[in-house]
Design a protein around this ligand. Structure first.
Ligand SMILES: [Fe+2]
Length: 265
């Protein structure tokens, strides 16, 4: 099976947040954009770890320490854009896709697992891009067209899903009621969603386990859940030990398009 058409991979092994050198975390982030972590069983441990690697960006829902409790508040069920604070399924998205510069890093740690469900779902933008280049090049072109998408309410952000930066590509996406598409792109959105599904990694988290991702490369999502699931989240910009951290992902080596049925016969 080619790289482009591979099945969804598995999550990388958990690294100890306390004992893994930051240089190794930086290497992993640069190479894959994702690090899975364990040993963060208290809010203080999460905060200390976050402060070592990022300048935490306060958020409208965060506490004074900068961390946000992600749980079912039972107050946000009917509010557009607040699915994260319910027990509902959460579709794959970029954190804060509607602001000009979404936070570069997102750290999410499990403080209390759900009774059922609630698994984290992660998708690598590089895998989506490579997949679409092979299967749906027209969709990829439209997803890379300036001003083909609008994310967020109010002022929001007019842009595109895949934005080239020199020899790299940055990803930005949401697909809920706060996403709008150009008429040309609309018929191709299902191809994007199918590619996301094909490459989604399921990551169940136990207490103290979490992930750190590059928000310009990976999409995150979540299964619906029951019970008192609680996660701590930090958003922010990478500190010196993680730099340089090039934006997005590099283009995978060119993959030839699969031959059409006509060409095969
Ligand atoms: Fe999110």
């Amino acid at each position: 099976m080619s790289h482009a058409l591979r099945a969804a991979g598995s999550a990388p092994p958990f690294l100890s947040a306390a004992h893994t050198p930051v240089s190794m975390l930086a290497d992993r982030l640069r190479e894959t954009g994702l690090v899975t972590l364990e040993g963060l069983a208290t809010r203080t441990a999460v905060l200390r770890f976050a402060e070592r690697i990022m300048e935490i960006t306060p958020h409208q829902d965060s506490d004074p320490d900068g961390l946000t409790n992600i749980y079912d508040t039972r107050r946000h069920a009917q509010q557009t854009g607040y699915a994260g604070l319910t027990s509902s399924e959460l579709a794959a998205h970029t954190e804060r896709s509607g602001v000009p510069q979404p936070p570069r890093l997102m750290l999410l740690v499990c403080a209390h697992p759900a009774a059922q469900g609630g698994e984290c779902l992660l998708t690598d933008g590089q895998a989506i891009h490579t997949d679409l280049a092979a299967r749906q090049p027209e969709a990829l072109e439209l997803l890379s067209t300036p001003r083909s998408a609008f994310f967020g309410g109010g002022e929001g952000h007019s842009g595109r899903v895949f934005t080239p930066h020199a020899d790299r590509v940055a990803l930005r996406l949401r697909t809920d009621a706060l996403a709008r598409w150009s008429p040309f792109l609309t018929p191709h959105v299902p191809h994007l969603l199918a590619a996301i599904d094909r490459h989604q990694i399921t990551l169940p988290l136990a207490l103290g386990q979490g992930y750190l991702l590059d928000n310009t490369r990976w999409l995150h999502a979540r299964h619906a859940f029951t019970g008192d699931r609680l996660c701590w989240r930090a958003l922010g910009e990478p500190r010196a030990p993680l730099l340089p951290l090039p934006l997005g992902f590099s283009l995978a080596p060119a993959t030839p398009r699969p031959p059409s049925p006509e060409a095969v016969s």
